[in-house]
Design a protein around this ligand. Structure first.
Ligand code: ZN
Length: 514
């Protein structure tokens, strides 16, 4: 039997801290096996492997949950919270105690039955989603989503009884963030974005990108090319891999094993290229986390919004810039001599600024992208808060889409069924995409102020100064800060949509004659 001392001495605290850290690391190693199973499920597993994978995921989730809610660990963390390290230790030690205890308490409020069900339904619903999307059949997915949203509401109520259900779910991805703040931020963004997007779409001046999306880019050549680009910006293939999947993602299996994935489209170069720049941006963040804090909050990503700020920064603010193409175009022309014959860097950067409404979020241009996200944010919040029935999602989706984009999805595969998130139980996740775009623009503006030679460096293929700046300013913080205070520390301003709008106007205005 363990007993928590009321207020341990520094010496006692040191011993308890070491034991708590050892335990947290063991749990992180176990949880990384869950990530490995998840990676395999989406890249390698044959279709019939689903039911057994669901068993594996559920067993492992219960094991991880048992460890996370260990009574001994709870005693240690409570003793540490009352002891000297929690108030006088380093920033990292204080954050470790605070956040491990918070997570322990949240996990301890979750009944094991709910943990198991969430894991099992997560896998089974994803298999249903693959089929539903392929057949464009809402009826295949609806019962699974009904169950998933009910489970997520139950999870929210158990874990964070003091919060709105949606805030409780959001807190998993964006700690400390509240939906009311997001509504304010998104409202301000929307006010400038909608007229700007309309002006781009209505303009008679349109960048011509047909050579990029109606060309012939053999998949084998794309594989070599995009891997070279990822390596060029700093992704370390000794500590990572690139594989093929239906819905691209990045997952970390350990400090030296980061998996990025993409899909290939032979007619369109941007599909895989920007997919890989995006996921490699996530990967650079994972590879930049402090390994001495592996498995502990200071060695973990600040939040999903900050994670997404890194992917978006590399994908859009670097990858669509003229300096980047001064470096990248010779590589691209070597890989695709036919398709890119006679194309100059300026023409490439111009083509990449084409704004074209798409039904599909992951194919959306940078200007209209955030409208896709805000639609999902409003709908999922309405479902979680009980204002919208799951069964009414397709109709609500189509109506809102038509209002925002002026066109109606022709089927549910190009509407409500397109994303994996809800079926995977990722509810409250979508808004982190737009938050990421907002933070990326703020970080890039700060990086430009700190690195006056940034454009010349990128044009010369020297991405290390930018990467090192990000490692120092953003990656090193881990979870010692929440996203709001981190952005403020790095950029000198609070989170705001201004830099994003400025950056969009600057890059997308002129190619549309605006
Ligand atoms: Zn992402």
């Amino acid at each position: 039997m363990t007993q928590a001392p009321q207020s341990p001495s520094l010496h006692e605290s040191d011993g308890i801290f070491t034991a708590a850290v050892r335990h947290a690391r063991r749990v992180a190693v176990l949880a990384s096996v869950e990530s490995l199973l998840g990676w395999d499920e989406q890249t390698m597993m044959p279709p019939a492997g689903g039911p057994h994978r669901a068993d594996q995921a559920a067993e492992l989730a219960m094991l991880v949950h048992r460890e996370r809610t260990s009574v001994e660990q709870g005693d240690r963390l409570r003793a540490l919270a009352a002891g000297p390290i929690a108030s006088r230790g380093s920033v990292e030690e204080q954050a470790t105690i605070r956040l491990l205890l918070d997570e322990h308490e949240k996990q301890s409020r979750m009944p094991p039955r709910l943990v198991e069900e969430l894991a099992r339904v997560g896998v089974e619903a994803q298999q249903a989603w693959v089929r539903a999307r392929r057949e464009s059949s809402w009826a295949v997915l609806e019962p699974w989503l009904t169950r998933t949203f009910a489970l997520k509401r139950e999870q929210a109520a158990c874990r964070s009884p003091g919060l709105d259900a949606y805030d409780a779910l959001l807190d998993d991805y964006e700690p400390g963030c509240r939906w009311r703040e997001l509504t304010g931020l998104f409202g301000a963004l929307r006010e400038s974005l909608v007229p700007f997007a309309r002006a781009c779409l209505a303009s008679s001046v349109r960048p011509d990108d047909r050579f990029l999306v109606e060309g012939r880019f053999p998949v084998e050549a794309q594989r070599r090319f995009v891997a070279g680009v990822a390596r060029g910006i700093g992704f370390d293939f000794a500590r990572g891999r690139l594989d093929t999947t239906e819905h691209p993602f990045c997952t970390s299996l350990g400090p030296d094993d980061c998996r990025i994935t993409t899909r290939w489209c032979e007619r369109s170069l941007p599909t895989a290229l920007f997919g890989v720049l995006h996921e490699a941006g996530h990967g650079l963040y994972e590879q930049g986390l402090r390994r001495e804090w592996y498995g502990l909050p200071p060695g973990e990503a600040t939040s999903l919004g900050i994670h997404e700020s890194q992917s978006r920064l590399w994908e859009n603010l670097v990858g669509r810039s003229l300096p980047f193409w001064r470096w990248c175009l010779p590589l691209a022309r070597e890989a695709f001599p036919e398709a890119l014959r006679g194309i100059a860097a300026e023409r490439m950067a111009d083509a990449l600024a084409a704004v074209r409404p798409s039904f599909i979020r992951v194919e959306a241009d940078e200007v209209t992208y955030n409208l896709h996200v805000m639609l999902r944010f409003d709908l999922e919040r309405a479902v979680v808060e009980g204002d919208l029935a799951v069964g009414d999602l397709p109709a609500a989706w189509n109506e809102r889409f038509e209002r925002d984009f002026g066109m109606r999805p022709p089927d549910d595969a190009r509407g409500v069924l397109q994303d994996i998130h809800w079926s995977a139980g990722l509810v409250g996740y979508f808004p982190t995409y737009t938050l990421g775009n907002v933070c990326a623009a703020q970080f890039m503006a700060a990086a430009r102020r700190a690195l006056p030679d940034l454009d010349a460096d990128m044009a010369g293929g020297r991405f290390l100064p930018l990467l090192e700046w990000l490692r120092r300013e953003v990656h090193a913080a881990g979870r010692t800060l929440e996203s709001g205070p981190l952005v403020e520390r790095v950029t000198g301003s609070a989170v705001s949509a201004e830099s994003l709008m400025e950056s969009l106007r600057e890059r997308y205005g002129p190619p549309h004659g605006i």
